[in-house]
Design a protein around this ligand. Structure first.
Ligand SMILES: Cc1cc2nc3c(=O)[nH]c(=O)nc-3n(C[C@H](O)[C@H](O)[C@H](O)COP(=O)(O)OP(=O)(O)OC[C@H]3O[C@@H](n4cnc5c(N)ncnc54)[C@H](O)[C@@H]3O)c2cc1C
Length: 414
């Protein structure tokens, strides 16, 4: 074709160039718009992320500010909100903070220390009681057995709803580690139910699927505390294996299968029969024979010491375990500075408190298990040593006479 370049004429080429230019401009504009939109989008996203982060930080700060303090120093006033009989000899006390401020959480298994002004007593009486329920925001609960003695009778016979008590913050090293995911065996004998019930309640309150064997031993139905509650908890949580042991069931009132599972004490033989293996963490609390037979039996069964956790409510069990674990025997002379007596350590007693009392001295004491701090005295010279480290943390320069023995000659302010 004349005047054409290949298939296109000059006009067509100009038109094509114009079309390409227009298309190019449109494409460039589109890309620019898309890029800036994307840029704006990511800027917006970044801004949103920063905003969310700030909101989260503010939330955390607020939660932190609202979180109850970790315990409290000294004593805090609590009102008895409710006093509920559990059995003939057991009574539960629901304690609410008198200042209405939030309650700090505790670890299931820990105890409270009470300073009681008991009429007729020359000075306040100090006693520890385990928390018997899971941590709750509005109350602490203790369950007390009539011993009979000063404090338990005061709680049972004198104290009533509305009374005010001085209470030290929850403490103690015997508690269930809620971060561990190991199956547990909880064993309570008599009033030793209290700390292990707190553990059971916390496991089930949290909806944990942790394999939990619960053994509770007592004489018969007359001593069976929290029966309905424990049965309900076990029925609602298939991971809880309930084993109630009556050592002397009353054939007229107690029915095996309905009220209890085993007509025996809680023993290691029973554990060996029921548990698929010994590979559990064991938490136990109960009277001295219960503790001694179970701790020794578990050792014999090959359960490592670090998997056996126990709480003693009194001194007898502690002494036995300490002696068994090769606690220091003590040596030297003890000078009781206030009493003006220096006495050669006999080696017969397992702590300075018993040693002083055996030699006619009257020394301050409370729980006799290293928990309440009532027997703390200043050490003026020399050193003492402990078989078991006390859960009460002493100030520098003071020692607990209920768990310590002299490490050579020493002088204490007592
Ligand atoms: C960490 C820890 C946790 C504890 N948790 C609990 C708990 O949850 N529940 C609970 O109930 N206890 C618990 N205890 C035990 C509690 O602290 C007291 O030891 C117990 O209540 C006895 O104190 P008391 O003042 O009544 O007896 P005390 O006056 O100290 O007398 C001690 C013992 O002497 C005998 N006795 C004293 N007076 C008489 C008398 N007039 N007639 C006959 N015998 C007498 C009794 O056997 C009595 O138990 C716990 C102890 C510790 C160390």
């Amino acid at each position: 074709m004349p005047g054409s370049v290949g298939a296109f004429g000059p006009l067509e080429i100009v038109g094509l160039v114009v079309v390409i230019a227009v298309l190019y401009t449109i494409a460039v504009n589109l890309i620019t718009t898309w890029r800036s939109a994307m840029g704006a989008g990511s800027a917006h996203r970044r801004a949103m992320e920063q905003w969310h982060a700030r909101v989260e930080q503010a939330k955390l700060k607020r939660a932190e500010a609202e979180k109850p303090e970790e315990g409290w120093a000294g004593f805090r006033k609590f009102k008895i909100g409710k006093k509920i009989p559990e059995t003939k000899d057991l009574c539960s006390f629901y304690l609410v903070p008198h200042d209405n401020k939030p309650l700090p959480e505790f670890k299931p298994g820990q105890f409270l220390t009470f300073r009681l002004n008991i009429p007729g007593q020359p000075k306040p009486v100090m006693r520890c009681y385990s928390l018997s329920d899971a941590p709750r925001p509005d109350y602490y609960r203790v369950t007390i057995k009539r011993a009979p003695g000063l404090s338990s009778c005061f709680f049972h016979d004198v104290l009533k709803q509305g009374d005010i008590l001085d209470v030290r913050a929850p403490g103690g090293d015997f508690f269930l580690d809620m971060n561990k995911d190991r199956p547990v065996v909880l064993l309570g004998g008599g009033i030793g139910l209290t700390p292990v019930l707190s553990m059971l309640n916390e496991i089930t309150k949290r909806g944990m699927k942790l394999e939990t064997w619960f053994f509770y031993g007592m004489k018969n139905g007359t001593e069976h505390a929290q029966k309905k509650h424990i049965e309900t908890v076990a029925a609602a949580n298939p991971n809880v294996k309930l084993n109630i042991c009556y050592s002397q069931p009353d054939p007229a009132k107690d029915a095996q299968g309905r009220d209890y599972q085993h007509a025996s004490r809680v023993t290691v033989d029973l554990l060996r029969k029921l548990l698929p293996s010994s590979n559990y963490d064991y938490y136990l609390c109960g009277p001295p024979p219960f503790m001694e037979s179970l701790v020794t039996g578990l050792q014999k069964w090959g359960v490592p010491d670090e998997n056996v956790h126990f709480e003693a409510f009194g001194p007898a069990t502690v002494k036995k375990k300490e002696a068994a674990s090769g606690a220091p025997k003590g040596t030297g002379k003890v000078t009781f500075a206030k009493s003006g007596k220096t006495i050669e350590w006999s080696g017969k007693e397992t702590c300075i408190l018993d040693f002083g009392e055996a030699n006619g001295l009257k020394l301050n004491c409370g729980c006799r298990a290293g928990n309440c701090g009532e027997c703390a005295v200043a050490i003026q010279g020399g050193e003492v040593e402990y078989g078991k480290s006390p859960s009460f943390k002493c100030d520098k320069g003071t020692v607990l006479t209920c768990l310590s023995v002299p490490k050579g000659d020493c002088t204490i302010d007592a």
